[in-house]
Design a protein around this ligand. Structure first.
Ligand SMILES: C[S@@+](CC[C@H](N)C(=O)[O-])C[C@H]1O[C@@H](n2cnc3c(N)ncnc32)[C@H](O)[C@@H]1O
Length: 506
C-alpha cells in the first residue's frame, strides 16, 4: 500500500492525448469533458488499487470510469440525471455479449428501418396521422433563453416521429444491459436529430454538433438540417459497440497483467448531502466543479432528461452549483456553496489522502472560496498546475468572456491541520506581473498561465483581494509591460523592439 504522505505531487501539466481524446467517452456528448489520460495520471499518482476514488461533480464519468478500469472503486456522483445516465451507460457496456448487441441492432432495424425511410417521403397529412398513433414526449416549456418556447418545437415532425419510433423499439428489449446500451445510442442520436444541430462549415452535413454544447443555450439553426434517422442511429450504435469492445479490451489487458477487480458506484446527490453518507471514507477525489454561470447543466440537459423520464425535482434544481439559470441563482449563493462543497470533499477524505480540483475563472473570489475552505477544513495546498495552451483541454472556455481558456489543477492533502485565513496581506500586482513576464523564457505567454501564477502568489501573501480588478485593467497592465494579445494564437506576445519592427516591414 502507498504511504500517502510520501506521494510526490504532480507539478507540471499533463498533455492531453489527442489521439485517444475521444475514447469510449465519445459515444455521447456532454459538457466540459476532461481528457481521460490526464485524469488517469492523477488517479494513478494519488491513489492505490482497491482505493475509493470519488468525483462528486462527476459529469459524464471520466474520473470514476478511469478509476474502475484501474482497479479502484470508481465513485461517480452528479446532480444531473443525464450525467449519471451517460456514466453508468458507458461503464455498463462491459456487461452482455457482443452478439447480443448485434442481435438487438438487427431487431431494431426490423422494427423501424422501413417506417423511418417512409417517414422521409410522407406528406404532412400522413405525418399528422402517424403522430396520433404514437406517444410523443411531453411538450414542456423550455428555459427562457431558448429560441423556441416548447420542447416539441425543437424538432421537425419527421425527427420527432423517427425518434419516438426508435425509442419504442428499444424500450421493448427485455435484457437490461443491452437495452441500456441501445438507449445510450438513441440518446446520442437525439443530440443530432433536432433543430439545435449546427453543421460544421465546409464539412459533411452530419459533422457538427448541437448548440447546447457549443453556445450553451437552445439556439435553433437558421436552416435546420434533416439527417437520415436510421443511418444516424446506426452510426451511434456502431460507436457504442466500438466503445464496448474497447472497454472489454482494457479489462482483458488488466486480467492478463495481475487481474482486474475494479468497481463502480453511481450516486445522484448534491455534493454536500453526499458527504454525510461518506465521512472519512474516500481515498482520492478528482473533480471539476461548475465554474460560475456559463453552463446551466440542468436547463441544458432538459432535452435528454425530459424524454428519458429523468427530470430532476425542483428541490434538486435549487441545489445546482451555478450562477443564474432558470432559477436565477445568485453569485453569493454560488460562492458560499462552492466553499461548502470543498469543505464537504475534505470531510469525505481519509486522513493524509489527496484532493484535486480543476478550476478556472477570472473572478478571484471563486478561487478564494476554494483555497480558504480547503485550508480551514484541514487540507493543505500542495500543487497548483496550469493545464494551459491545450486546445482539447480548454476549447469550451474560449467562447465565454468571463472564463479564461485554461484551467488550473489545485491539489490538496488532508493533513488535518486547520488554518485560519488572514485577508490583510499586501501584494503588488504590477510588480508580480512584470517579474513573471521577465522570467518567462519564451516571447509569448498564455494569459491564464499568468493569472494562475498571480492567484497563487497573492494567496500565499493573504492578499487575493488585491486582484479584484476589472479584466480590462489587468490587460492594460500587460500592455504597459510591453506585451500585446495575439487573438489568433490566444496568447500574449512580447512587443518587438522598434528597430526590429522597421526591419520586418522593410
Ligand atoms: C464541469 S462539470 C463536470 C464534467 C466532468 N469533469 C466530465 O469530465 O464530464 C460539473 C458537473 O457538476 C454537476 N453539478 C452541479 N451542481 C452540483 C451539485 N450541487 N452537486 C453535484 N453535482 C453538481 C453538473 O451537473 C455537472 O455535470
Amino acid at each position: 500500500m502507498k504511504d500517502y504522505s510520501e506521494i510526490t505531487p504532480i507539478e507540471s501539466p499533463v498533455p492531453a492525448d489527442r489521439q485517444g481524446a475521444k475514447r469510449h467517452y465519445g459515444v455521447h456528448p456532454y459538457f466540459t469533458r476532461r481528457p481521460y489520460n490526464v485524469v488517469r495520471d492523477y488517479i494513478l499518482n494519488y491513489s492505490s488499487e482497491h482505493d475509493r476514488v470519488l468525483d462528486p461533480f462527476g459529469g459524464s464519468g471520466v474520473t470514476a470510469i478511469e478509476a474502475f478500469l484501474e482497479n479502484r472503486i470508481g465513485m461517480h456522483n452528479d446532480i444531473n440525471p443525464l450525467a449519471n445516465f451517460i456514466a453508468t451507460g458507458i461503464v455498463d457496456l462491459h456487461k452482455g455479449g457482443l452478439a447480443e448487441y448485434e442481435e438487438a441492432l438487427t431487431y431494431i432495424e426490423g422494427e423501424c428501418r422501413y417506417t423511418l425511410s417512409r417517414i422521409q417521403e410522407y406528406t404532412d397529412d400522413q405525418l399528422e396521422n402517424l403522430k396520433d398513433s404514437v406517444n410523443l414526449p411531453e411538450n414542456i416549456v423550455l428555459p427562457r433563453n431558448a429560441d423556441v418556447k416548447q420542447y416539441r418545437d425543437l424538432f421537425s415532425l419527421k425527427q420527432l416521429l423517427s425518434l419516438t419510433i426508435l425509442k419504442q423499439a428499444i424500450d421493448s428489449i427485455s435484457n437490461d444491459p443491452i437495452r441500456n446500451g441501445m438507449l445510450l445510442a438513441w440518446s446520442a442520436t437525439l443530440a443530432k436529430l433536432n433543430k439545435t444541430f449546427l453543421s460544421a462549415e465546409g464539412r459533411a452535413e452530419s459533422r457538427g454538433g448541437s448548440s447546447i454544447f457549443s453556445i450553451y443555450r437552445y439556439k435553433v439553426a437558421k436552416q435546420p438540417i434533416e439527417l437520415p434517422a436510421w443511418d444516424t442511429f446506426h452510426e451511434r450504435v456502431t460507436n457504442v459497440i466500438k466503445a464496448k469492445v474497447e472497454i472489454e479490451q482494457a479489462i482483458q489487458l488488466k486480467r492478463q497483467t495481475g487481474g482486474w477487480f475494479g468497481g463502480f458506484e453511481s450516486y445522484s446527490k448534491d455534493v454536500e448531502d453526499l458527504s454525510s453518507a461518506f465521512p472519512n471514507s474516500i481515498d482520492y477525489i478528482f473533480t471539476d466543479p461548475p465554474y460560475g454561470g456559463h453552463i446551466s447543466y440542468l436547463d441544458l440537459s432538459t432535452l435528454w432528461n425530459s424524454w428519458l423520464g429523468l427530470s430532476p425535482s425542483s428541490a434538486t434544481r435549487e441545489k445546482e452549483l451555478i450562477v443564474g439559470g432558470e432559477l436565477q441563482l445568485s453569485e453569493n449563493t454560488y460562492v458560499e456553496r462552492l466553499g461548502r462543497s470543498v469543505h464537504a470533499c475534505v470531510k469525505m477524505l481519509k486522513k493524509d489522502r489527496w484532493l484535486s480540483i480543476v478550476f478556472q475563472h477570472w473572478n478571484p473570489s471563486y478561487f478564494e472560496a476554494i483555497l480558504s475552505s480547503a485550508a480551514e477544513s484541514g487540507a493543505e495546498l500542495r500543487a497548483a498546475v496550469s493545464q494551459v495552451g491545450d486546445p482539447i483541454w480548454s476549447m469550451h472556455k474560449k467562447k465565454n468572456n468571463s472564463v479564461l481558456a485554461g484551467e488550473m489543477i489545485l491539489t490538496f492533502q488532508n493533513t488535518g491541520v486547520i488554518k485560519r485565513i488572514k485577508r490583510n496581506g499586501h501584494f503588488d500586482v504590477l510588480q508580480a506581473v512584470k517579474r513573471i513576464l521577465d522570467e518567462t523564457p519564451n516571447d509569448h505567454v498564455f494569459g491564464e498561465y499568468l493569472f494562475n501564477k498571480i492567484i497563487i502568489e497573492a494567496w500565499n501573501k493573504s492578499a487575493i483581494h488585491s486582484l479584484d480588478m476589472p479584466k480590462e485593467d489587468f490587460m492594460d497592465l500587460l500592455k504597459r509591460s510591453g506585451w500585446h494579445y495575439d487573438p489568433d494564437k490566444h496568447y500574449w506576445a512580447k512587443d518587438k523592439p522598434q528597430l526590429e519592427l522597421l526591419m520586418t516591414s522593410a
